[in-house]
Design a protein around this ligand. Structure first.
Ligand code: HEM
Length: 212
């Protein structure tokens, strides 16, 4: 058991866990987006979908607990990595700000990560833990997006999510060993497509909700 603990707290093990939990979130985002697309079909369709989800009861709670554990691992190990990189930075002489192969996505990973964390806490308070005794979940979402401030918060958060995934997607595959020169361009391309789909897919919902 000790070897397992040693592996997961060593640099390579931590990166491995970050990659696994990151891919877990990518799966979650894909299904969450698919469910949210029902907002385009109106209140009845979306509320029925939410009711079907909540009918899973204990199973849903297990899934939510899993998401929380994944989030804790991903955030804590991400902060640890950020701190280590910060301490290892060269001091005392001029360094190039951006290295070869660095992209906007890779350079901003810790900042977009923290922004997403703040967004998710806000998002859960706003929607998941909202009082649903007298209003439906569709009405809660619709009411939220009547405020320009709330729409702006979502736009900024969705841009951060898209940027984070544009690097995180292929980087996770690379960490898990899929860095074959033949497949990497394909994985990078898929990551880029997924980040654009997530950014536009989620980002258009607040705008649409002001129109209906
Ligand atoms: C326009 C974009 C989005 C909308 C309209 C939306 C809507 C919702 C709603 C209505 C719920 C509550 C479901 C319920 O309790 O019945 C929810 C839960 C949640 N959302 Fe979102 N969401 C959006 C984007 C995101 C993004 C980008 C993330 C992650 C980065 C995210 C993470 C979550 C999580 C973790 C939950 C809790 C899931 C659960 O408890 O099963 N959402 N969302």
């Amino acid at each position: 058991m000790l070897w397992l603990f040693r592996f997961f707290t060593a640099s390579i093990g931590r990166k491995f866990l970050m990659a696994l939990t990151g891919l877990g979130f990518i799966l979650f985002l894909g299904t969450h987006l698919a469910g949210n697309l029902l907002l385009y079909r109106g209140g009845n369709a979306f509320n029925a979908y939410a009711a079907r989800l909540h009918a899973f009861g204990g199973l849903l709670m297990v899934f939510e607990f899993g998401l929380l554990v994944f989030a804790l691992i991903h955030v804590l190990f991400g902060l640890w990595l950020f701190y280590e990189n910060y301490r290892a930075r060269p001091i005392g002489y001029r360094v190039r700000k951006s290295g070869p192969g660095q992209t906007w996505g890779s350079a901003t990973m810790p900042y977009t990560g923290l922004l997403i964390l703040a967004f998710v806490v806000y998002h859960l308070i706003r929607f998941h833990f909202a009082d649903k005794t007298s209003v439906t979940i569709y009405e809660i979402v619709k009411n939220a997006f009547q405020s320009p401030l709330e729409i702006a918060i979502y736009m900024v958060a969705m841009a951060a999510v898209a940027l984070h995934i544009s690097h995180g997607f292929w980087s996770a595959f690379q960490t898990l060993g899929a860095n074959h020169p033949k497949y990497m361009p394909l994985i990078r391309g898929l990551g880029l497509i997924f980040s654009v789909v997530v950014g536009i897919g989620f980002g258009f919902i607040p705008i649409y909700m002001t129109l209906v």
